[in-house]
Ligand binder design. Structure first.
Ligand code: NAD
Length: 358
């Protein structure tokens, strides 16, 4: 393939102990941050992303530019394309796969349910099939979601809590991913770690998420809707800053055990892990808005409405003791500090792109 030379170069670690990682969803929010961090510390990284139009593709292409400047090549392709995956795995021997490609967001499922099944279930199976037959098998770390806790009301959420009551199709596909991952671990000895992220925010974030479009709408003087549940007040989220999530991802890769499978050469049970990566301090959305007003120095036009049944849950709160113990995960960015960094990026990114447009 025409990208072969660039991919080989991008995949080469800078030291003997460096990892060689395929990052799916590399042009996405979390994927771009993880890819740059891996490359910076000397690992080899190859990105894969289909640049779909779920949200503004210009942002994805801008992230790709950032990755290229850091030395990471991103292949424009889909995880559902088995022959493409086979080609990539023919060219590079990966020690790890960081799987972040997915159809994210809970509300969009009402408009395009199939995109969730296609990317989060069929695409994931396709990737697992490729990893299964690769020799040596790469260790897999992938993004599940806090949404698997569903309408659970016991807080904070621990990994052993029930996850059989998803509130959205998105959550159901992430839960299905966890079950599918377990089967591949059990039958084929793949080493798999699932990370349940809790509302990740920060620079280069996702325009479909509340902190992002609230910032945009407040600056434009548009009214924003704050949802309230009848018994619990303002909806609350365990907002987790991107740098903390990246540290958790890198620690999960570094502690991932090599697979035991491949060609029947089993050496004991392969690793199967699931961790919460959150911030342990839920913040009501009303407080998110007042922080944004303070940082932007603009008063928001607000409308309070009851939480519609659209897949959103009322409350998320992570118990992170397991990740703390096993991964040394320790989030240390509070919401105000993280939002300041987001707003700084937002203002400079959109003023620059406006300049570029004219
Ligand atoms: P994102 O949408 O910014 O990134 C996902 C990327 O995957 C996108 O660039 C998209 O183009 C790509 N993609 C989608 N389907 C693909 C396919 N079939 N083939 C190839 N590429 C494909 O989302 P994100 O916020 O960076 O999320 C990364 C992962 O973390 C996702 O799995 C998401 O479900 C999960 N997650 C995110 C959050 C959060 O708050 N951001 C919370 C919980 C879980």
């Amino acid at each position: 393939p025409q990208w072969e030379k660039q991919v080989r170069k991008s995949a080469r670690p800078h030291s003997l102990s460096g990892l060689t990682v395929l990052v799916t969803g590399a042009a996405g929010f979390v994927g771009s941050h993880v890819s740059v961090s891996l490359k910076k510390r000397g690992d080899g990284v190859v990105g894969l992303d289909n640049f779909n139009s779920y949200y503004e593709t210009s942002l994805k292409w801008a992230r790709k530019g950032l990755l290229e400047r850091a030395g990471v090549y991103v292949i424009d392709g889909d995880i559902n394309d088995k022959s493409l995956l086979d080609k990539i795995f023919d060219v590079v021997v990966f020690t790890h796969v960081m799987h972040l490609a997915a159809q994210a967001g809970v509300r969009y499922a009402m408009l395009n349910p199939n995109s969730y099944v296609q990317s989060n279930i069929a695409g994931f199976v396709n990737l697992l099939e490729t990893c299964k037959s690769s020799d040596p098998q790469p260790a897999i770390v992938w993004a599940s979601s806090s949404s698997v806790y569903g309408i659970n009301t016991k807080v904070p959420f621990s990994e052993e809590d029930r996850t059989d009551q998803p509130a959205s199709l998105y959550a159901a596909t992430k839960k299905a991913g966890e079950e599918i991952a377990h089967t591949y671990n059990h039958i084929y000895g793949l080493s798999i770690t699932g990370l349940r992220f809790f509302t990740v925010y920060g620079p280069w974030g996702r325009p479909d998420m509340a902190y992002f479009f609230f910032t945009r709408d407040i600056l434009r003087g548009k009214t924003i809707s704050i949802y309230e549940s009848p018994d619990k007040g303002s909806v609350a989220r365990d907002f987790t800053y991107i740098d903390d999530i990246v540290k958790g991802c890198l620690a999960a890769l570094d502690t991932a055990q090599k697979s035991t499978g491949s060609g029947g050469k089993k050496r004991g049970p392969a690793q199967f892990r699931i961790f919460n990566l959150g911030n342990t301090s839920p913040v009501p959305v009303s407080r998110l808005v007042s922080l944004l007003e303070k940082i932007l120095k603009v008063k928001a036009k607000k409308k309070v409405s009851p939480l519609p049944r659209n897949g959103d849950v009322e409350f998320t709160h992570a118990n992170i003791s397991l990740a703390q113990r096993e991964l040394g995960y320790k989030p240390n960015t509070d919401l105000e500090t993280g939002l300041k960094k987001f707003v700084k990026w937002y203002l400079s990114y959109y003023s620059d792109s406006r300049k570029n447009n004219f």
